[in-house]
Unconditional design. Sequence first.
Length: 122
Amino acid sequence: MKKIGVLATVSAVIVAVSSWVAAQTAIPANPKNGEKIYEAQCLRCHGPNLEGNGPDAKSLVVPPANLQSLRSRSKTEWELLVVISHGVIFSPMHAWRDKLTEQELWDVISYIRMRAPFNPVT
């Protein structure tokens, strides 16, 4: 009987968390605004075609992510949000959470997805 109670509790938590995550990603995004932000903040490293070959990329010890690669395109929007918001440790990819609003972060992600659509690895 205890196992059923634990299973029900775990299931309820999973449903609640899933609903919360879905609600967080329900922010309507503007890819046109995302493009402007990308050009101002991301292009120098990630390049005009999102391939990680921007003008500053050659001088970086750790190369920028190629956002057109299967590895990047298989990331969920949530994973992109985490990377863009918090940066990548031991790399030049710094956190943008304190520099961009949540709306601007989602706008950038919508622009990236417009140019490099989600492609889950199966």
